[in-house]
Ligand binder design. Structure first.
Ligand code: PLP
Length: 450
């Protein structure tokens, strides 16, 4: 039996129940005429924003705990990023980083390297997005190993360009209509302790998933000496904010070492302080060969980075890989400042406020039978909603809760089959965390009651 929560006493101005308003509706209409169909989840039309708060064109205020899909690490319009961005915009923006030199690019790379394990011995290739960071990582792994095949995981999301789409395996619609994909990609099982693959023993999920690679993939379809890389998210993002069972990443590291395979960690969503450490893999004490970063890295500007062990990156010949916009002066200046903020305060805040947010969300487990699992690290937290009678993911409930949150002034997103994700700016305060949980609880209670 679900116990309904108490209604918190926010003023009526907190509850934009009449959304979308007339101005938002008008813009949605114009958008539909000129923009290709995308996956808009609810009709939020942003007007301006600050920190963790967003106002729409009709003047409604929202608490933002999705941060533009885990991007705005420092929140909206952080004064330090605004200042640095404005100064750089007036100095120069672009001078083709793969062909010429510029200091913002070097400073951003120096800071990134300093924030990698050991603080040295890494080299950076800048690009413009997560999918490009993955493409660069896989290209480097193939180049240095001379091998063709790549292993990724069911539930993974690595991007939409053809190489990374071939690794992506979280929803059929992402691949439907786009085959054939890149040959030589294989998928294995991610060690999801809440939903162990193929009904395996939850206590042995790590062993089961690792054994599948070595005892099934490697002995049937995919000879290990032809595998260039294993690509893994330290926490699966789009796949449902799944924290792998302990020992999974360490097991992959050992497996890669045994077979001369490059371990690529996709930190596009989990990196840059979001989990309370700089990189998600640090929670497992492993060091990958190559790291792909993006999203939070630019504080809202488009940037991606492949960060590789120096001796690997050095193997590329001039011109082996390149692009036009990577190392853009504006994005790199803002990225450097963002990384300073992450190091100085945001990472610690993500750990501290994330623990509080998770504890408050954990409190919902005994109150709602529909809350199957609360999981995450730092400010990367997922709440999986289930059908209590079967334990199956309740996709419709998750969609309804997301829409109801919007009407209650809270911006969240779903991921996986039925998970509501909390990936707010890393500036979230304890009070904002509490407000987010209260609004979420109200929305959940309303949907459950309906
Ligand atoms: C883990 C992960 N990798 C890669 C990507 C692709 O990033 P982008 O959309 O910037 O290409 C995403 C995007 O959601 C992601 O979550």
């Amino acid at each position: 039996m679900t116990t309904l929560p108490e209604i918190p006493s926010y003023g009526s101005d907190y509850m934009p129940t009449d959304v979308p308003g007339p101005k938002a509706r008008a813009l949605v209409e114009r958008d539909g005429h000129v923009l290709a169909p995308m996956g808009r989840v609810y009709p939020l039309v942003i007007d301006h924003a600050a920190g963790c708060e967003v106002w729409d064109v009709d003047g409604h205020r929202y608490l933002d705990v999705n941060a533009g899909i885990a991007v705005l690490a420092a929140g909206h319009c952080h004064p330090r990023l605004v200042r640095v961005g404005q100064e750089q915009l007036a100095r120069f923006t672009h001078m083709a980083g793969t062909d010429f030199y510029n200091e913002p690019m070097v400073k951003a790379a120096e800071k990134l390297v300093a924030l990698m394990p050991g603080g040295a011995g890494w080299q950076v290739f800048f690009c413009n997005s997560g999918t490009e960071a993955i493409e660069a990582s896989v290209k480097l792994a193939r180049y240095v190993t001379g091998r063709q095949n790549v292993i990724a995981f069911y539930g993974a999301f690595h991007g939409r360009s053809y190489g990374s789409l071939s690794l992506t395996a979280s929803k059929p619609r992402q691949r439907r209509g786009f085959f054939p994909l890149l040959p030589g990609t294989f998928h294995a099982f991610y060690a999801n302790p809440y939903r162990p693959p193929l009904g395996s023993d939850p206590a042995r999920v790590t062993e089961t998933c690792l054994a599948f690679i070595e005892q099934t993939l490697f002995t049937t379809t995919c000879p290990p000496e032809e595998v260039a890389a294993i690509v893994v998210e330290p926490i699966q993002g789009e796949g449902g904010y799944v924290v792998p069972a302990p020992g999974f990443l360490a097991g992959l590291r050992a497996l890669c070492d045994r077979h001369g395979i490059m371990l690529i960690c996709d930190e596009v969503q989990s990196g840059v302080g979001r989990t309370g450490k700089m990189w998600g893999f640090e929670h497992e004490g492993i060091v990958p060969d190559i790291v792909a970063s993006a999203k939070g890295l630019g504080g809202g500007l488009p940037i991606g980075a492949m960060i590789a062990r120096r001796e690997l990156a050095q193997r590329w010949q001039p011109g082996s890989h390149g692009n036009t916009y990577g190392g853009n002066g504006l994005t790199c200046a803002v990225t450097h400042e963002l990384l300073c903020l992450v190091e100085e305060e945001l990472m610690a805040n993500a750990a501290r406020v994330g623990a509080r947010l998770k504890a408050r969300l954990d409190d919902l487990l005994p109150r709602f039978a529909q809350v199957g699992c609360v999981r995450g690290r730092g400010l990367m937290i997922g709440v999986e909603l289930i059908d209590p009678s079967s334990g199956a993911p309740d996709h419709d409930l998750a969609e309804a809760v997301m829409a109801e949150c919007f009407r209650k002034g809270l911006l969240v997103l779903t991921c996986g089959a039925s998970t509501i994700r909390f990936c707010p700016p890393l500036t979230l305060t304890a009070e904002q965390a509490d407000e987010a949980v209260e609004r979420f609880t109200l929305a959940l209670a309303a949907c459950v009651a309906a």
